[in-house]
Design a protein around this ligand. Structure first.
Ligand SMILES: Cc1ncc(COP(=O)(O)O)c(C=O)c1O
Length: 354
């Protein structure tokens, strides 16, 4: 056998030090899941659908794509669904990066952009964050004739920061037409800033070189089902559609996704919960003498000095968080919001560790 170098060089997945779902009394604040649970409408739909799992799913996810298209005011040819939006990152790299092609991205952003770029033999050009935020002018400057993809995570995981409409539109003006701008909007539903960019009109006006990644794993509370989607130009979507595995979105995910989309009450409740948590953590972390990064999401990142030591201490006290040294942000941890009661207990544990 001959293994590909690009793949053997990638870091192997390490089993988590503590699998929160299996350990009693452990609160998982490490994956930015929805602390309020799944959409109740999705759960009902799943219960009805479960007796049909001997059937293959609709390989085109037609009904779900139609629902997503209607929500965005786009034709369903502008929508692709995936096994989590993580799969879309993979598909984009497979479909657009030849060996030694470049993908430009931030250093201090969602790690999949880097891993999937390297996996297909592409070159990752990583640009430091500025004030924990994507440095858009520097990202544009890094574009070369070899660049095929430009990743922008807005809001950014793991810092929770956003870029506003004016600077994003400026970026879109400056990026050459043969570079695809991948806007990862996994946390879009949580954003409160009024000048957050709405890029759907760009697609309605026929722009080809931007694609918007979204997920059902965050505000809709369906992380375990693995369901993501993207809005893009029909030509780009049809190209990606050829590259995807035939039955990439399972039947239960399709049914649950349609139900969750209509569950505005659950979305509103989740949004309101995140807003309360943001204020809570901003206040409580400051009271410990820390300076949390202002977040527009369902998590917050904060510099605690030694991220590994503090994460270990929190784990011993029953809480998993994400240390960010491995994401290019040494000293910081990322805390996903729990229930109000979990958050209270977490702050007591953190004070104890510090
Ligand atoms: C920015 C960002 N993009 C994509 C994903 C992947 O989401 P999914 O669960 O849909 O694969 C995540 C998950 O944490 C994320 O934070």
């Amino acid at each position: 056998m001959q293994f590909k170098d690009y793949i053997t060089k990638l870091p192997a997945y390490k089993p988590p030090k503590l699998i929160a779902q299996q350990a009693r009394d452990v609160v998982k604040l490490s994956s930015n899941e929805n602390a309020l649970g799944p959409s109740p409408r999705a759960v009902e739909a799943l219960q009805r659908a479960v007796n049909n799992v001997h059937r293959y799913p609709d390989f085109s996810a037609g009904a779900l794509r139609q629902a997503l298209a209607a929500q965005a005011g786009l034709p369903s040819e502008s929508v692709i669904c995936s096994n989590g939006s993580d799969e879309l990152v993979f598909l984009l790299c497979v479909a657009f990066l030849r060996e030694d092609d470049e993908a430009v991205m931030a250093n201090g952003t969602f790690i999949s952009y880097l891993l999937r770029t390297l996996e297909v033999g592409g070159r990752a050009v990583q640009i430091p964050l500025r004030d924990y935020t994507h440095d858009l002018p520097a990202l544009v400057q890094a574009i070369t004739p070899q660049t095929r993809l430009l990743f922008v995570c807005n809001p950014n995981n793991p810092t929770g920061t956003t870029n506003g409409a004016a600077e994003i539109h400026k970026l879109l003006e400056q990026v050459p037409p043969d570079v695809l701008v991948v806007m990862d909007e996994a946390y879009i539903e949580y954003v409160t800033r009024s000048d957050y960019p709405d890029l759907l009109p760009e697609l309605r006006n026929g722009r080809r070189n931007v694609i918007l990644l979204r997920t059902f794993a965050k505000i809709y509370g369906l992380a375990g089902l693995r369901l993501g989607y993207a809005y893009g130009h029909p030509e780009v979507i049809s190209y990606l559609d050829r590259a995807r595995p035939t039955f990439n979105v399972n039947a239960l995910a399709q049914v649950a996704g349609i139900a969750a989309l209509s569950d505005t009450e659950h979305v509103e409740r989740s949004r309101a919960h995140a807003a309360i948590c943001r204020d809570f953590f901003a206040r409580e972390l400051a009271a410990l003498g820390l300076q949390p990064i202002a977040s527009e999401t369902n998590f917050v990142a904060v510099d605690v000095g030694n991220d590994d030591r503090v994460s270990d201490g929190l784990r011993e006290r029953g809480f998993t968080v994400t240390p960010l040294s491995g994401w290019g942000l040494p000293g910081l941890i990322r805390i996903s919001f729990g229930t109000e009661e979990e958050n209270q207990r977490f702050m007591t544990a953190l004070a104890d560790v510090l």
